[in-house]
Design a protein around this ligand. Structure first.
Ligand SMILES: [Zn+2]
Ligand SMILES: [Zn+2]
Length: 349
């Protein structure tokens, strides 16, 4: 039987390479030849360092990687749309397909025992091939690369959803707190949706330097005690109409709220941690709204790749390190150290 190499994450900050049989697509399934597989912050937080997750975040010792992108190599019986050779992104959660959440495209929220996320409960993208359900596929437009597509599967999709939730447009100035891969993505998408002034802050010098190098914001600065003044100064003393917290940190979340003007809208997408703020001055009296936003839905992911092509928006430029699959251990080590943009495993053939 033909075999392929795949990566398991034992949960002690190491990577284990194993040989697996190349799967055969069943009814309604396709076999995707992997071309790019990027690492998400959640992989590090909830799987690589230790197996933290419960429920939908419980890692079941499957092939890792929930940002897969590739080309359809084989189509099982009963497929209705995709064919061999199609370039595809995997929406990274396969829901039951028939509950209300699945019917609205939010498989992320599916609570059926049949729900399985790629790289968490079913085999994901860190292998030469990935077995996918056809209904989880998003067509990758010709103007986007496979690495662009991989970045969409979780990260860029999640940021797009958050920016839709706060309804960012050309009316708005946008503050992004935390300039890891999610923060960089948020700046790029906010710009695509027309936001006129972009402000990015972080505590990490390497991340500030990368955001500056990529020219992703009008104002990029340190998230320290002077940050709020700098944000006010850049916005005629008012603050931003929209903010996104990608820091997952209490002080970062405070800054995302306090950096808003009256009636401002903030979305939290950074996971973990806690937050402390003073409701009356921070949100009530200034009529602010704070949203939580988790991943995106299938339809919005299709919208996003279409718009990214139109906006000439390429997530690949946020990728600072690429590795072949047999050096996936180095990819995870690099991402774990955090002094990087997005980290990708790529296949050259
Ligand atoms: Zn993710
Ligand atoms: Zn469902």
């Amino acid at each position: 039987m033909a075999t392929m190499q795949g990566v398991i994450l034992p949960g002690n900050s190491t990577v284990e390479f194993r040989e697996f049989p190349i799967p055969e697509p069943g009814h309604g399934q396709v076999l995707v030849k992997m071309k790019a597989s990027t690492i998400c912050g959640s992989d590090i937080r909830a799987i690589y360092r230790e197996h933290l997750g419960k429920g939908p975040e419980a890692y079941q010792n499957v092939i890792a990687g929930h940002e897969p992108c590739g080309q359809v190599a084989k189509v099982g019986p009963g497929c209705r749309r995709f064919k061999e050779g199609d370039r595809v992104v995997l929406y990274h959660i396969s829901g039951c397909g028939v509950c209300h959440d699945c019917r609205t495209g939010y498989q992320i929220s599916c609570s059926s025992p049949l729900r399985a996320a790629y790289g968490w409960q079913r085999d994901g993208g860190m292998a030469d091939y990935c077995l996918a359900d056809e209904r989880d596929l998003v067509d990758l437009p010709a103007g986007l690369s496979y690495v662009d597509g991989a970045c969409v599967a979780c990260g860029f999709g999640t940021c797009y959803e958050a920016l839709k939730r706060v309804d960012v447009s050309g009316d708005d100035r946008t503050l992004v707190v935390g300039l890891g891969p999610m923060g960089l993505a948020s700046l790029m998408i906010a710009k695509g949706r027309g936001s006129t002034t972009l402000i990015g802050v972080d505590v990490c010098e390497e991340r500030l330097a990368l955001a500056r190098k990529l020219g992703l914001a009008d104002v990029i600065g340190k998230a320290d005690a002077s940050a709020l003044d700098a944000i006010k100064k850049a916005t005629q003393g008012k603050g931003c109409e929209v903010s996104i917290d990608c820091s997952g940190n209490s002080l970062g979340r405070q800054l995302a709220i306090r950096g808003l003007r009256q009636w401002g809208r903030c979305a939290f997408v950074g996971e973990g941690g806690t937050v402390e703020f003073n409701p009356s001055p921070d949100i009530i009296h200034d009529q602010k709204t704070v949203f939580g936003s988790w991943v995106t839905n299938l339809g919005h992911m299709e919208d996003l790749v279409e718009r990214m092509e139109r906006w000439d928006c390429h997530p690949e430029k946020t990728v600072t390190h690429t590795f072949p699959l047999d050096k996936a251990d180095q990819a995870y080590t690099t991402m774990n150290e955090g002094k990087c943009g997005k980290v990708a495993v790529v296949w050259e053939d």
